[in-house]
Design a protein around this ligand. Structure first.
Ligand SMILES: Cc1cc2nc3c(=O)[nH]c(=O)nc-3n(C[C@H](O)[C@H](O)[C@H](O)COP(=O)(O)O)c2cc1C
Length: 171
């Protein structure tokens, strides 16, 4: 599958098969994160691979919007150093790469963020140093049923201008 087809067919899922993701796929996903570009190439991220029923349960228990992670085969918690004002861009790019490489290998995923006070609780339970911030968590696993992306997205002329903001583009 080419990159654009991977993007077109990938939707975020929160129901996963009770089947372990192959180690090779997991390694490729982590590699996609490691190789991501970052501001000044600082690579200030640190990823935590979370797996195992108890660990995923604990992670799920500290998020009102990511409770579904309990159904994932594993999760990657992406932490970055918030002293860099581009930290969320860096984390976002690396997580997108991981999600796309996952899907290219048949592994579905969904992302969620953790706000305070749950951020503090999650950091404590994962031993994350004070100076780091959990930018987001991505749960991964094989999708429960065959899914073909049905994306609900704005039309291209609603989100793109030509030369100046608001000048319609014809493509
Ligand atoms: C910054 C960000 C925060 C998100 N937070 C949550 C969340 O807290 N819980 C959740 O279930 N999904 C979360 N999502 C997933 C979005 O709802 C999802 O990406 C969006 O609806 C598009 O899904 P689709 O690609 O399947 O159409 C988040 C996505 C992003 C990019």
């Amino acid at each position: 599958m080419g990159v654009l087809d991977t993007i077109k067919t990938r939707i975020e899922i929160q129901e996963f098969e009770k089947k372990s993701v192959e180690l090779e796929a997991k390694k490729k996903i982590l590699e996609a994160g490691r190789l991501a570009p970052s501001g000044r190439n600082l690579q200030h991220w640190h990823y935590i691979l979370v797996e195992g029923e108890e660990e995923l349960e604990r992670l799920a228990s500290v998020s009102p919007t990511g409770g579904w992670v309990i159904n994932a085969d594993f999760a990657i918690v992406t932490t970055t150093d918030p002293k860099y004002n581009f930290n969320e861009i860096d984390a976002g790019r690396s997580m997108t790469q991981m999600q796309l490489v996952g899907w290219e290998n048949g592994v579905g995923s969904r992302l969620y963020t953790i706000k305070e006070p749950d951020q503090k609780k999650a950091k404590l339970s994962l031993n994350i140093p004070e100076e780091y911030h959990i930018t987001a968590v991505v749960g991964f696993g094989y999708p429960i049923k065959k899914i073909i992306g049905k994306k609900k997205r704005k039309a291209i002329d609603e989100v793109v201008s030509y030369n100046k903001f608001g000048t319609p583009i014809e493509i």
